[in-house]
Design a protein around this ligand. Structure first.
Ligand SMILES: *[C@@H]1O[C@H](CO)[C@@H](O)[C@H](O)[C@H]1NC(C)=O
Ligand SMILES: [Zn+2]
Length: 488
């Protein structure tokens, strides 16, 4: 033992002071919880324009907190948001920060957001959503897990190094926005504008805006994109009464239901030609990776309250959740949907559906495939009604290489803090910013979540457990060290 220490000393190798750093974190748990309480207390709901003042205040608080790290903090004006009535209001500024400028070190950039989804006590919350409440070690509050605690955990991780007068292993930049929950309005433009300045010396981008799949920590290496379609069928110039006109007209709703039914089979096969063929093949290695993932099918079923899933084995289920496309039909605008029994024949109806995107699908191609297919199905009906198909959103999927050094660093950090291997997982949802960062900056990205699998993002009783928050802070501390070890 002594010999080892002696050898390490002459070689100039110093053990990384994880114990001191972790102890520092454990000594400051209540401060961290208090910081989260203050952030959760701000109703930074980006979808509600009447809350815009709170959102601006949230960005100010974020900038203040980052200034505490002693770096260069900037509040970037990203312009205005146009409201449906044609008026405009200022978008919340994007907060950027830079801590450390040592060109011999790697520079990472942490992305996060401090806006939240709407929440009201009446929606079914057990507690006031904007008053952080600790119940059995779970900290309940809107935005606790998505994404305020993870952003704070990154700040606290940097702070811990500074508090102990330890050299920060990498330069750290932050990009914190306030419009994520409503589509990151203005952020893409800002990333493009700062590609050759703020982002030019960034080596890696880290996103901690998702969660684990189980109690086992996870690294996320993919997200699905989404193509969202409107299919409008228009017939008579006004709504009709089925008693007077039923049987005389070809009804737009019947046409619409017919074409929507042609999108996907009851067993989940997408019927639009070309889509299944575009999906990257499921390799044996991938199959084995899925096999290793910790996932409780029964818990999944009981969470959503059903007895039978589309697939009855873990691998197929997760694969269809993450790495296969699917069609979901969301609604029909113009249809009668109130209670009661109105005998209307709607004159114009718009079906809304989306197709989750995976590699190697291309949204532009999907748009063409879906539009042509629906028109061909519609043509067979020989209907006099008019069909119009439009694609409203075309978000690409994102996929990282799990063999990349960033992921190896993630595995090492998880192992150090949790003494286990992480699950390598994907998200079924869309985090468009990952793809934008990748396409615009060309940098490698990792998603390093600390949220729990049962945090209730976007729903009632969202929470962040103390365990995930605090151990997550330690994970980020270790990760800073592991990234520094990557060969330049
Ligand atoms: C938050 O909840 C606690 C416990 O119910 C209560 O004592 C406190 O006054 C509340 N704070 C605010 C700001 O409403
Ligand atoms: Zn989020």
């Amino acid at each position: 033992m002594l010999a080892v220490i002696f050898l390490a000393t002459i070689l100039g190798i110093q053990a990384h002071p994880f114990d001191e750093l972790h102890q520092h974190v454990d000594d400051h748990v209540e401060d961290y919880v208090e910081a989260l309480r203050q952030w959760v207390a701000v109703e930074s709901d980006s979808s509600d324009v009447t809350k815009r003042a709170d959102l601006h205040r949230m960005m100010d608080m974020t900038a203040e907190k980052l200034k505490g790290l002693g770096g260069e903090v900037e509040m970037v004006d990203i312009g205005f948001q146009e409201l449906p009535d044609g008026t405009t209001i200022p978008l919340p500024k994007v907060v950027t920060a830079q801590i450390g400028k040592d060109s011999t070190k790697h520079t990472i950039c942490v992305y996060g957001h401090v806006d939240v989804q709407p929440a009201k006590k009446e929606d079914g919350w057990a507690t006031d959503p904007y008053n952080l409440t600790d119940i059995n070690g779970n900290l309940y509050g809107r935005g606790a897990s998505d994404n305020k605690a993870p952003v704070l955990a990154w700040i606290h991780a940097v702070e811990a190094y500074q508090a102990l007068n330890l050299d920060l292993p990498v330069n750290v930049k932050f990009v914190i926005e306030g419009m994520e929950e409503t589509g990151s309005n203005g952020l893409d433009t800002m990333i493009v504008a700062k590609r050759d300045t703020f982002f030019s010396n960034v080596d890696y981008i880290i996103i901690s805006d998702c969660g684990w799949l189980s109690r086992r920590p996870a690294l996320t290496y993919g997200t699905r994109g989404n193509c969202y379609f409107f299919a409008e069928v228009e017939g008579p110039k006004q709504d009709l009464h089925s008693g007077v006109y039923g049987g005389t007209v070809i009804e737009p709703m019947t046409d619409l239901i017919g074409i929507l039914d042609s999108l996907i089979s009851p067993s989940g096969n997408i019927l639009v030609p070309g889509i299944r063929e575009a999906v990257a093949p499921f390799s044996d290695e991938e199959w084995r990776m899925y096999q290793d993932i910790e996932f409780d099918m029964e818990a999944f079923k009981s969470k959503i309250g059903i007895d039978q899933l589309m697939y009855n084995n873990k691998v197929d289920l997760l694969a269809h959740r993450w790495r296969h496309p699917t069609v979901s039909i969301h609604g029909i605008e113009g249809a009668f949907s109130a209670s009661g029994s109105k005998t209307v024949i709607p004159a114009k109806v718009t079906g809304k559906f989306s197709i989750r995107q995976v590699p190697d699908m291309d949204p532009a191609m999907v748009k063409k495939q879906v539009t042509e297919y629906l028109h061909s199905v519609f043509a067979k009906r020989k209907s006099p009604n008019k069909l119009k198909v439009t694609m409203i959103i075309g978000a690409k999927p994102w996929l990282a290489d799990t063999k990349h050094a960033l992921y190896e660093a993630g595995k090492a950090a998880v192992k150090r803090v949790f003494q286990m291997e992480p699950d390598l997982i994907r998200e079924g949802g869309t985090i468009p910013i990952a793809r934008t960062f990748q396409d615009v900056t060309g940098k490698s990205i990792i998603m390093l979540p600390i949220g729990g699998f049962d945090d209730g993002l976007h729903s009632q009783n969202e929470k962040m457990s103390r365990y995930n928050y605090i151990e997550g802070t330690k994970l980020f501390i270790s990760y800073l060290h592991e990234v520094a070890e990557i060969k330049k």
